[in-house]
Design a protein around this ligand. Structure first.
Ligand code: CTP
Length: 407
């Protein structure tokens, strides 16, 4: 699959550098040509000789090397690649990339390249979570970089949390899906994504809502769009900006959300990330409701339409892939499995929305731990940022629609 593809791998200085060797081995096995730049820091962790034995090429280390510049200048090095892979990407290199620094071979090549850059961060959890790092990551993302990982788990420093390099096989999957149809495997395919909460009015000033921020749905819309899909994002009220290139329709209520989704059909895929309010007021008061003197009051509610179920059970023109999310606070997998059947969708993405020990929650937070439930079984993913989850999920959707394309 990667025959005739040329990958430039930039290995910066982190303990995860040794995993770059495994990725190089896998890339070569798939037929790719690999050139490597090893930063000074990277060379503290792995030797140029081990890199060069695997790439079967020299290893580039110096910006001002007469021999290197004569053989393959840094501009050519950056241009001859089909993809530039930064693995591991340390907090330091990420920060310099975000600022556009060019003071060594790695940073200069990154600034000079006209190719897509795939960034695989790896660092300590505190470093990853610092607002400064998150700002830099956001800048890289806006600049068009593809981010793979990081994942959560036990780190070399002994701490546990988000910051571990994505697994080599996941990185390979990301590279392969980048090259599928020149990085746009979902080109020509329309996908509808719902996101955010819905607001169900009680009177002109009050409404029923929930804690959904819309972050996971927006991140998924963006990841699908980057894989070439034509994305219709139907969003409840959020404070988020629509991702570039995504067609957004903003709605308030569940009924409006259902209507907007139906307007967007037909589509190849439907992903129901929104936390749709289950209930709405039987009647919306036209004037602000006044206190009646009693301590308690009653509000009559009726059930909202189930958007996911309606689309899953369409007799004609049902999207090829219908994905639901299950927000649960207990019995996560069992409840998600029930939803797979009761809603009639193809996959359920189960996420635990209980408030954790630190007072944080998936709802409104930046991280997510999900399991994908299908009729074939359960695929449990480790905790990752909502952006990383979205990218991995988008690749999975793309693979499914690719395989199913001709059915
Ligand atoms: N959903 C929907 N329309 C609704 C309610 C839910 O489309 N009126 C979708 C959500 O977008 C999500 C899935 O159904 O993809 C499951 O949502 P969730 O809130 O977890 O479940 P509910 O169906 O509301 O069931 P319950 O509240 O009983 O757990």
């Amino acid at each position: 699959m990667l025959k005739n593809k040329q990958i430039l791998i930039i290995i910066s200085g982190g303990i995860a550098a040794f995993k770059a060797l495994e990725v190089i081995r896998l890339l070569k096995k798939e037929g790719a040509g690999v050139r490597a730049i090893l930063t000074k820091g990277g060379a503290e962790f792995i030797t140029p000789l081990s890199v060069s034995s695997l790439t079967e090429d020299k290893v580039y280390t110096e910006l001002f090397s007469l021999t290197d510049e004569a053989e393959m200048g840094h501009i050519r090095l950056s241009r001859q690649a089909d993809l530039v892979l930064v693995l591991p990407a340390t907090a330091n290199l990420i920060e310099r990339m975000a600022r556009g620094v060019a003071d060594d071979l790695a940073s200069t090549t990154l600034l000079a390249t006209d190719k897509t850059v795939m960034v695989c961060p790896a660092m300590n959890v505190e470093m990853w979570e610092k607002p400064a790092t998150q700002r830099n990551i956001e800048t890289l993302r806006k600049d068009g970089a593809i981010l793979v990982g990081p994942e959560a788990g036990l780190m070399a420093c002994g701490e546990e949390g988000l910051g571990r390099l994505a697994e080599p096989l996941d990185i390979m999957e990301a590279i392969k899906s980048f090259f599928g149809s020149a990085g746009k495997p979902l080109a020509g395919k329309k996908i509808i994504v719902t996101a955010g909460p819905t607001h169900e009015p009680i009177d002109p000033v009050r409404y029923i809502a929930n804690r959904s921020s819309g972050k996971q749905g927006y991140a998924l819309a963006e990841a699908l769009q980057k894989l070439g899909a034509s994305v219709a994002l139907i969003s409840g009220p959020t404070s988020l900006k629509a991702p570039d290139g995504v067609n957004i329709t903003r709605v308030e209520t569940a009924e409006e959300m259902l209507n907007a989704c139906q307007q967007e059909l037909p589509a190849k895929g439907f992903v129901s990330v929104a936390a749709v309010a289950d209930w709405r007021a039987v009647e919306t008061a036209t004037e602000k409701l006044k206190k009646q003197g009693d301590d308690t009051t009653k509000l009559s509610l009726k059930q909202n339409p189930d958007i996911l179920k309606t689309i899953s059970q369409m007799a004609d023109g049902r999207p090829e892939l219908v994905v639901g999310f299950a927000a649960e606070t207990e019995n996560l997998i069992a409840n998600a499995q029930k939803k797979l059947i009761s809603k009639g969708c193809d996959w359920v993405v189960a996420n635990d929305v209980k408030i954790d020990d630190t007072g944080g929650s998936v709802m409104g937070g930046d991280e997510n731990t999900i399991s994908i439930i299908t009729s074939d079984g359960i695929d449990a993913w480790s905790k990752a940022s909502k952006i990383a989850v979205a990218q991995k999920l988008a690749r999975k959707i793309s693979e499914y629609l690719g395989v199913n394309r001709d059915k």
